[in-house]
Design a protein around this ligand. Structure first.
Ligand code: GLY
Length: 374
């Protein structure tokens, strides 16, 4: 098992990464069970129906050894669960259970469950504790760590939320073997992102290891996830609320990617990680267009993602729109402010920065080219 500490004054927590952590679940989370052990003997768990079906038995068995049961709250998999209606239903359930500010709620699943539960716990009685049990690669390397929690609004994704850090993240790498390859691959895009934004050597390593990651080789998975989480922990410790540029770098590929997700309806047609992969290619090519990196470097990014089986050409998405429509989605990105949209661009592979001088008209022209290319 690898342990990464997220160092935040008075709110530091561990991210534990390793296989079979759920087998000894009760031991791993002992401090967060105290009140349930002393009192009602059942522990509040929120899970999507897939994660519950896959992991309930292991978790229930581990808790049964310390005399506890799980009280399940189930949500439908997918972005649709990050809604006001689901938040209301969940907070009502937590209140009916009598959850107090010193209790912990357990969030089992991918980013949707983590974001929803984190936000519910941020506002429940002005804040109670929660433990993240991420079961997807994307959630293990990114969304479960760092305290960004949110639901979606009709105006856009993740627009209603709060910073609320978990008390512990247990990333059981064994969960990843249950994921469809498409979802695992989508998570790999976020792994590449870490290399591109700050560690060229890691980017090359992920390129070399992508087949082993997709085959769920545990040693490779553990080392890779711990590396990503280590990078994220350093960034979050430096810039928890994204008030400086450090945390914004984690949005590499996301402004382009969100526009593609918005255009494809935030659903199965294009998964978030798949959009991030395309966004990384676009960020690299746009950086080359501005002479920040060479065209050869931009194509290195494209080739590495393609070798991992990720789509790299937006022309193949069959979008029925032009570059202006996509640039317009970016204008509504929540990072936009004061009439400008900050873009995370590359000065080198492994060196990202926040560019605040990007004209959306330029982006629209670039996207038009990309929609027609290849
Ligand atoms: N997923 C980007 C962040 O946590 O800042």
């Amino acid at each position: 098992m690898a342990v990464v500490n997220v160092a935040l004054a008075g709110r530091s927590y561990e991210v534990r990464v390793g296989r079979d952590l759920f087998d000894n679940f009760a031991g791993q989370v002992r401090p967060f069970l105290e009140r349930y052990s002393a009192d009602e003997r059942s522990v509040p768990f929120v899970a999507d129906s897939n994660a519950r079906a896959l992991f309930a038995e292991t978790l229930e068995q581990s808790l049964s050894w310390v005399g506890l049961e799980i009280d399940w709250y189930e949500v439908t998999p997918g972005e649709g669960s990050k809604s006001w209606a689901e938040l209301e239903r969940l907070t009502d359930w937590l209140l009916a259970r009598g959850v107090t500010r010193s209790d912990h709620v357990f969030a089992l699943g991918g980013g949707v469950v983590g974001d929803l539960v984190g936000f519910a716990c941020a506002i429940l009685k002005r804040g109670c504790g929660f433990v993240q049990l991420p079961t997807t690669l994307l959630a293990q390397v990114d969304s479960s760590v760092g305290g960004k929690t949110a639901i979606n609004a009709s105006a856009g994704k993740n627009l209603i939320g709060a910073f609320h850090q978990p008390s512990l993240v247990l990333a059981d790498t064994g969960c990843l073997a249950t994921l469809p390859q498409r979802e695992l691959r989508a998570g790999l895009a976020e792994v590449f992102k870490y290399g591109l934004l700050g560690d060229a050597e890691f980017f090359a390593r992920v390129d070399k290891d992508s087949a082993a990651i997709l085959a769920c080789d545990n040693a490779v998975l553990e080392a890779t996830i711990a590396h990503c989480v280590g990078m994220k922990a350093r960034i979050v410790a430096e810039d928890e609320r994204e008030t400086r540029d450090a945390r914004a770098l984690l949005n590499l590929g996301h402004t382009f990617g969100h526009a593609l997700e918005a255009e494809t309806g935030f659903g199965d047609r294009l998964l978030h990680g798949e959009a991030v992969a395309l966004g990384l290619v676009l960020a690299a090519r746009f950086s080359a267009r501005r002479d920040l990196i060479s065209l050869a470097d931009a194509e290195n990014v494209t080739d590495a993602l393609a070798r991992a089986g990720l789509r790299t050409e937006i022309s193949a998405l069959g979008l029925d729109c032009d570059g202006t429509v996509l640039a317009d989605h970016m204008r509504h990105d929540k990072k936009a402010g004061g009439g400008t949209v900050p873009f995370i661009l590359l000065r080198a592979l492994g060196e990202a920065y926040v560019a605040r001088d990007v004209e959306l008209a330029d982006v629209a022209a670039f996207m038009d080219e990309q929609l027609q290319a290849h």
